[in-house]
Design a protein around this ligand. Structure first.
Ligand code: SF4
Ligand code: SF4
Length: 165
């Protein structure tokens, strides 16, 4: 345990405080010329690595169709009950598609469980960390905001293939 010096115990220089102030200023000056570790956001954007977990998005294939087969596993596993999926039948080979797929971004805690459980690699965590809402309704993202072309998500998909067990 450290004991505080009383004023009467201080030396002459310690009572002046000036040496300590000068020491502090020297440290400030030294730090000023060191390379910056902070970013001037939003002018400078952070480019996250593939391991980053930004907002969850739906993978859109090159033919414009979503990869999701509306199995509902992501919705089941979501601890925040943020996902709502409504399945419907389709003529396509996958037979079922999400007629409605919504994520309430006010609820999402970016845990990545939906991505982990998806059998189709149809929902992945993107690099998007900029989320601004004007009201509660605009925080509910439908397919129009969730679908992202597969080529924009390729490094995350490659990362998952490498590390997902
Ligand atoms: S990241 Fe987690 S909280 Fe967000 S939608 Fe997926 S499972 Fe739910
Ligand atoms: S995103 Fe994946 S887990 Fe969720 S409903 Fe679609 S296929 Fe199933």
């Amino acid at each position: 345990m450290t004991t505080k010096k009383r004023f009467k115990d201080l030396t002459f220089w310690e009572r002046l405080y000036i040496p300590v102030i000068i020491k502090g200023l020297v440290l400030t000056l030294k730090t000023m010329f060191k390379p910056k570790v902070t970013m001037e956001y939003p002018e400078v954007k952070f480019e996250p690595p593939a391991s980053y977990r930004g907002r969850p998005v739906l993978v859109q294939e090159k033919n414009g169709v979503e990869r999701c087969v509306a199995c509902g596993l992501c919705s089941r596993v979501c601890p925040a009950l943020a996902i709502e999926v409504q399945a419907a039948e389709t003529e396509l080979e996958k037979e079922r598609f999400p007629q409605k797929f919504e994520i309430n971004m006010l609820r999402c805690i970016f845990c990545g469980f939906c991505e982990e459980v998806c059998p189709e690699e149809a929902i992945v965590m993107s690099k998007d960390y900029e989320l601004v809402f004007q009201d509660r309704d605009s925080a509910i993202f439908g397919k129009d905001k969730l679908l992202v072309p597969v080529e924009n998500l390729q490094d995350r998909i490659d990362f998952l293939r490498k590390f997902k067990k």
